[in-house]
Write a protein that binds this ligand. Structure first.
Ligand SMILES: [Zn+2]
Length: 197
């Protein structure tokens, strides 16, 4: 039997109360532009419920690199992400902070549930030193690089009311689903070329 994922453990703890997925807030919702409130107790039932709500919401949307609480209308400093892009390894990141390791930045394409049908090329720090709390209340300090650092910075921005189009150097909006799909495939190839995936 494989070990339980962190999210499975949380859902077992909450037992019958698995929350339904929440709808994504629309791009112009003011909650996406607010600085979110710190989580006072990472181990509380309320925090676990928010983490599970995010998990159920990202699953319902077909998966993704990460999702921050304000994107489903909850103005709290919590996001979920997986550092190896699998649904089984998604973890909650609570009260995060980061600093760049050095000045080196790189550009790559990003998308976001809060800005549908759009891709943007965004400059991000290549290496960051980050800290956060786990759902068990542990303090984690770690260094991230490349796409992991990018996802952390993107999700962190949501907690400060920043959306990636604010920072991007090239924004593409797709009205045609076929064009969006073709661009998505192109971005995936570019990520592979860059050693991102
Ligand atoms: Zn986003």
């Amino acid at each position: 039997m494989s070990a339980l994922s962190i999210m499975e453990k949380i859902s077992l703890e909450l037992q019958s109360d698995i929350p339904p997925p929440l709808p994504f807030t629309s791009t112009d919702d003011p909650i996406l532009r607010k600085r979110a409130e710190p989580i006072e107790d990472p181990t509380s039932l309320q925090t676990k419920t928010i983490a599970l709500q995010l998990f159920e919401s990202i699953k319902a949307a077909g998966g993704g690199f990460g999702l921050a609480a304000p994107q489903v209308g909850i103005s709290k400093r919590l996001f979920i992400c997986s550092f190896d892009w699998k649904i089984e390894t998604i973890i909650p990141i609570i009260n995060p902070a980061y600093k760049p390791v050095d000045d080196e930045m790189e550009a790559h394409w990003e998308a976001c549930f809060s800005v549908p049908n759009t891709y943007g090329n965004v400059m991000r720090y290549k290496r960051i030193r980050c800290s956060y709390q786990t759902i068990d209340g542990k303090e984690i300090n770690t260094e991230l690089e490349g796409i992991q650092a990018r996802v952390f910075q993107h999700e962190y921005d949501h907690l400060d009311g920043v959306l990636y189009p604010d920072k991007c150097i090239d924004l593409r909006v797709f009205d045609e689903p076929n064009e969006l799909q073709a661009f998505r495939l192109w971005v995936r190839k570019e990520r592979e070329k860059a050693g991102y995936l």
